[in-house]
Design a protein around this ligand. Structure first.
Ligand code: PMP
Length: 345
């Protein structure tokens, strides 16, 4: 299917807003085009609408050209814009694995798009045939989160490539947690699969959740449409500057990520010694999904002791499970201490 058939007709024919800063690059002698306040403060000018410097630096690190990158206000914007570009409200549908990250469904509901869930196998592996069977001619997107939230497992590139090959719509792979996983990014396959979109975020390995910066990597054609649809100055100047600071410190980010992966192993080992812990699922992310003897009771006990985890016991395939973020050493120790206290209570 060509991109033209997948994009909403009103978006294809959109006459986008052009901001003055799109028409001129370089140093002007007088900026009198955008009705800014010329009084010099640190933030009196509009930010770069296409965030070229951030994309240049991030792209150099990830090995991706600027034309293949879209920056959004967190993954939230990257998720929402996919619905707004591809899905006709009340007509189209999307397919997603179940369980997975909740925002795909919330954004579907907001945009009046039918959301079709396809269960993972009991061991959280993909059922590719079932995913494709759930699609019809109005299925625009398949959502795959890898490593998946809340299950923590990651899928192989062979499996993801198979979906890209067999599905005629847009495959979106959410790699929010990819830096914690030995499985490689799907970014490498952008050239091969023009209908593949890969999402990443500054909120996890980059330790910058507060700046709200998400990334979509895709074909230049898709990125061009995204740029036409987004708010003109979606990424503010403070966020762009802070992202550049994070990009100055990539070695540090990589070290912290390695340490977190070690801490995940130590935390899993400590949890395994506790009587109330029944199963620790293997994780490629910065959290552990843990099956316990009584999730509601343990969740409340931890909360009353100031330790907040995520109770996932009502989530499909996650009965009696808590999702526990790998914290710093003192947080992880406190968690283990309180769980040990729970056991002897
Ligand atoms: N994708 C997944 C799979 C997530 O689990 C999360 C955060 N919980 C996000 C995206 C959110 O990312 P952001 O902070 O970039 O909106």
């Amino acid at each position: 299917m060509t991109l033209n058939k997948l994009v909403r007709p009103n978006i294809l024919s959109l006459e986008p807003y052009t901001c003055a800063r799109n028409e001129f690059t370089g140093e002007a002698r007088a900026w009198l085009d955008a009705n800014e306040n010329s009084r010099i403060t640190e933030y009196n000018r509009y930010p770069d609408p296409l965030q070229i410097e951030v994309k240049r630096r991030l792209g150099a690190y990830r090995g991706v050209e600027i034309e293949r990158m879209f920056l959004g206000v967190g993954s939230d914007e990257c998720i929402d814009i996919a619905y707004r570009v591809f899905c006709r409200p009340g007509i189209d549908n999307v397919v997603a694995i179940e369980p997975t990250y909740g925002m795909y469904q919330v954004c579907a509901a907001i945009n009046d798009i039918e959301y079709r869930r396809v269960s993972l196998h009991e061991d959280f592996s993909l059922n590719i045939d079932a995913l494709l069977d759930a699609c019809d001619e109005n299925t625009k997107i398949i959502w795959i989160c890898t490593p998946n939230n809340p299950t923590g497992n990651a899928y192989t590139r062979e499996q993801l490539c198979e979906i890209c090959r067999r599905f005629k719509g847009i495959t979106i792979v959410d790699e929010a947690y990819i830096d914690f996983s030995p499985k490689g990014s799907m970014i490498e396959f952008l050239n091969e699969f023009p209908r593949l979109i890969v999402m990443q975020t500054f909120s996890k390995a980059w330790a910058s959740a507060a700046i709200r910066l998400g990334v979509s990597y895709a074909s230049p054609e898709i990125i061009n449409i995204y740029n036409n649809v987004k708010y003109p100055y979606n990424i503010n100047e403070l966020t762009q500057r802070q992202a550049l600071k994070a990009l100055d410190n990539i070695a540090n980010i990589e070290n912290v990520t390695k340490e977190l992966i070690d801490a995940r192993k130590r935390l899993a080992d400590s949890l395994a010694t506790l009587d109330c812990v029944q199963k620790i699922y293997p994780s490629d992310a910065n959290f552990l999904l843990v099956k316990v003897s009584n999730a509601n009771d343990i969740y409340s006990f931890l909360r009353d002791n100031g330790v907040i985890v995520r109770n996932r016991c009502r989530v499909h395939l996650c009965g009696e499970c808590l999702r526990i973020t790998v914290g710093d050493e003192s947080e992880n120790n406190l968690l283990i201490e309180k769980l040990a206290e729970y056991v002897t209570k």
